[in-house]
Ligand binder design. Sequence first.
Ligand SMILES: [Zn+2]
Length: 440
Amino acid sequence: MLGDIWTSTVLWPTMRALCDDFGGRFVGSADERNAAAYLVRTLKSYGLSNVHTEAFPIHGWQRGAAGITAAGHELDCIGLPGTPSCDVAAPLVFVGNGEPVDFEPLASKLKGAIALVRGVGSHRLEKYFRAVNAGCVGFIFGGAEAGALPPTGSIEFGGMPAPIPGVGVSYETAARLQRVGADAAIMVRMRVKAKLFDANGLNVIADIPAVGASEGGPYIMVCAHYDGHDIAQGAVDNASGVAAVIEAARALMQVREHLNIGIRVALWSGEEMGMIGSAAYAEAHKDELRDVRFVFNCDIVGNPGGIWLGINGHDTDRLGAFFESLAAERVHDLRITGNKVIVPYSDHFSFYMHGVPALMMANGEPKHPHAGPHTWGDTLDKVDVRGLRHSTAFTARALLHLANDPTPLPTRHARVAEVKKALTEAGFKPLLQAQGRWVL
Ligand SMILES: [Zn+2]
């Protein structure tokens, strides 16, 4: 199986099709629907069963022009997905990295102001919700490092419309705004055009049934989001994860007689708008989740460098030891974060919220750090084929072992109280509450 993956002539054409034929595959777009049809065709051609799409409702969003005027100068910016249209003039307040310690001393100045933050430290959404809660009327998200392209990223989360407009600017534009704002309290004008409409997203689902296993029994889920952002090809984030998952599925179909439990393949959409596809699936299939023994999520696996795993759930020590054993003698370059670090920003989290043991796999560091995910720079040329093959091989190998002998898997799902406690201890409660996702 590993030889098949290392010499496969299918992997790269899959990556190329996802990137060059379907662009960013932005949820609710024609590109996304065409990509879903391609994935269905591909999975059927590999012989998987039960290949189908499942639709879920979204707030459709389409980008229009955006600009900032400061001290008489026009500056470039891009609308953050989900932003409403606006034409607003307000004082500009620089709030550093947008952490609580940055917001607190500025509380009296922020009401009715436009907040400028740097993309360093906590997640964009946490900074955005702090600006919303402070009473700001606009949000400017600056690039984290010199030379970095303007960042995009949804400000809608959990299916709620974004309450205030938001734009992304390069590091240099943020620095200029910061200088202008420091000289005098200036009014900044922010104009954003965007089209908002009702739409659907499409998840793609398929099964690798275990030979001889009874139908309707427990199974492992392997997944990746195939939607990306509208400004680029979403190559590393996350055509790479999709290519790894369907290539692993192709290889696993060849060794199906060794599987004692089945594997469900799920390719999500709407992740970039706030994990909407996977959350909708988990909700719609709530009663079936008891059969999901484990969720293996690939998000950003096309970088050069080693594999990173974050394992979330109850009773995952044996699982951690199992993954370590796969990497013993440096067969794979692997880093495991373990149970303590919860990553609430990709699709495994939609299942972890229901107590299902869930892992997120990513790899390496970007080939070109200034042209990373969520920028114009996330294109096919940034994908490292060796890193992608390594991720694919690791995924297929782990799934083959676990579906053959599920002993390392947790014996039960986490209880709601356990998930709640872990999320509270990790400090995610305020964010999840702000997003309306604290539904536990
Ligand atoms: Zn992603």
